[in-house]
Design a protein around this ligand. Structure first.
Ligand code: UDP
Ligand code: MN
Length: 304
């Protein structure tokens, strides 16, 4: 018996039909193979290329922003950094490393966590305050090949003038950050973690460089969006914090930062992509009891 079917007005016999099916299956297979794979898992986000550059030979920068409760600043920071860096042809991605626990803010540990999370995909990090906006286009966020590059130099930072200051915005390549074992985890509350990091760099012989020929001075090189009464610095000192944090820390760093990444979020601000890492830092109360200072004025119990 000869089987034949009618296809779009043509009569097709059994053997031709078989060949047609094989050819169609092959074409479909090729098409499906060309589609990107999606495994549907909530895997760690891969770096998102920003529109400005996708060239593989360029060094990639992870901008790590230690963060808690600075949403207004963030809304200004993101569009500003995209506009500013779009003139420099640098592949970058912004990671907001948000502290989500009840301990005092720990800027250095958040930077350690941000580094561990990004080190496989990025060549260098910019540790970047969210409230400090670069204004002068001569501030180049280039790959810090020979040593850390301090963008917010004491000559131009609106508030900090001392020579060894390396806070605000510091670029460092992956190998150098690993060489000094990252930052100390002992600094809960405001201050000194950047000064301790300076000593780590000095101890291994790394020289910090700064942009040269910046002529815009302390008023016009950066915008520091920081009202000190609205955004109070947590300068409390409790237990033996003062004594311990004045000294160089030879123990803690990248290798022992205790944390959980609670969640990661890809978000956009004005359509611009960034990643929020929600981080729970775990405090060792034996070694750093000052991660929570006791309330100096606890509410009085009512007599019953
Ligand atoms: N920061 C934050 N929340 C805080 C304290 C600090 O997000 O409660 C982050 C933020 O990125 C900020 C940086 O840590 O820009 C440095 O802190 P701060 O601005 O208080 O230091 P400053 O350099 O102005 O003394
Ligand atoms: Mn500030």
């Amino acid at each position: 018996m000869r089987v034949s079917v009618s296809l779009m007005g043509y009569r097709v016999t059994g053997s031709k039909c078989l060949i047609l099916c094989v050819v169609l299956t092959f074409i479909m297979g090729c098409y499906l193979a060309s589609l990107p794979l999606e495994d549907g898992k909530a895997a760690l986000p891969k770096p998102i290329e920003n529109a400005i550059s996708n060239e593989s030979n360029k060094k990639r920068m992870a901008i790590l922003v230690p963060f808690r409760d600075r949403f207004e600043e963030l809304l200004e920071f993101v569009p500003h950094m995209f506009a500013f860096l779009s003139k420099q042809d640098i592949p970058f991605h912004i990671f907001i490393v948000q502290q989500k626990d009840s301990n005092r803010f720990n800027r250095a540990s958040l930077i350690n966590v941000g580094f561990l999370h990004t080190r496989n995909d990025y060549d260098y990090i910019a540790m970047h305050d969210v409230d400090l906006l670069p204004l002068n286009d001569d501030l180049k966020y280039e790959y810090p090949e020979s040593g850390p590059l301090h963008i917010s130099s004491p000559d131009t930072h609106p508030r900090y003038y001392y020579k060894t200051f390396i806070g605000g915005i510091l670029l460092i390549k992956r190998e150098h950050f690993e060489l000094v074992k990252g930052m100390s985890n002992n600094y809960w509350g405001w201050g000194l973690e950047d000064d301790e990091f300076y000593v780590r760099l000095r101890d291994v012989g790394l020289k910090v460089t700064r942009p040269s020929n910046i002529t815009t001075g302390r008023d016009k090189t950066f915008r520091h969006m920081h009202d000190k009464t609205y955004r109070k610095r947590d300068m409390r000192k409790c237990f033996n914090q003062r004594e311990v944090t004045r000294r160089r820390d030879r123990i803690t760093g990248l290798h022992d930062v205790a944390y959980n990444i609670h969640s990661t979020h890809r978000v956009t601000v004005d359509g611009l992509p960034l990643t929020v890492l929600n981080v729970e830092l775990v405090c060792n109360k034996e070694t750093t009891p000052w991660c929570q200072c006791p309330d100096p004025n606890p509410p009085k119990k009512k007599a019953t």
